[in-house]
Design a binder for this molecule. Sequence first.
Ligand SMILES: Cc1ncc(COP(=O)(O)O)c(C=O)c1O
Length: 349
Amino acid sequence: MHMSASINWDTLGFDAYRTRTVILSHFKDGQWSPIEKTETFSFTFDPFAQVFHYAISCFEGLKAFRQKDGRIALFRPDQNAARMARTADYLGMPCPSKEMFIKMCELCVENNLEFLAPYGHKASLYIRPLLVGMHPQMQLVPYPEAIFAVMCAPAGSYYGAHLRSCAAVIPGDFDRAAPKGSGSYKIGANYAATFRPYKYAHEQGYAELLYLNSSTREFVDEFGSSNFFGIKGNKYVTPLSDSVLPSITNLTLQQVARDFGMEVEKRPVPLEELAEFEEAGGCGTAVVITPMSHIDIKPVLAEPLVSRSFRYEPDGQVGPVCTKLYNRIVGIQFGELEDTHGWCHYWLD
Ligand SMILES: Cc1ncc(COP(=O)(O)O)c(C=O)c1O
């Protein structure tokens, strides 16, 4: 068991972590069991459970923050609840109601409070709700039996404690999502397909993979773990595609950009347009924003040839618009700036 006293809040990354408590409930015979807390970190599954054979599993990711005035906030949990409901429906799984989803996230925070950093460290508690198909079966049919578990991990940010730009690569020989496939749902199987290209990318010093639409490869879809956005003059541009995950951070950034008087364009983004952006980045709960230093195209990911490179910032540096957008969101999350849109969810006195 990790002890919170040993956590260095300032060097935390984004990793699986054994905290104190997991909150869970089972769906069986048409209903959810009473919410339980477990400290054993061990689940029991039938070896024929759907999840092992057919990847019937989906998840969510959101964060809790300890704010300047000492209050604790979850950031937009209603959006995660809605997205999980949409994904569960796609997989034919039972899904907790919005109220149950949020209640279990609250309980997860309350029962792991020692893993939520004191204010001032830029660290947070990452909450991972997980919905897993439990029914033992061979047939390819949905079955209403599942476990819904909410766990957490103390988190800095995906790429370290500070905002800095990274390199991304467009793999010519890998796609993320099939046209009309499952790309817009947060199912575990979508991520399985990224492990191999991530391995090649990381071996070559790229932090991220940028995927194109797989039918024509003419448009930008999204990064392996975040949505894409580009800045062009006073415009915030982000792809409209039915294969990308509807990112809650992207939704938030679009509103923040409007609040700054920027124009927001959500539309197909041609690959060629990458040459026209002054800044480009990824956005997601774990990273908020990952500004891109450059994006390379590699016809064959594992081979050395780079056929084209789009340059934005010198390595490590961050452009002014990314900085401004990032600071606004992080400021709201830590209670330093006014939450004019009511994004912070409070439930404790
Ligand atoms: C593939 C993918 N796209 C986008 C996102 C960003 O979504 P959100 O902002 O809701 O975290 C994520 C998760 O963080 C993701 O895994």
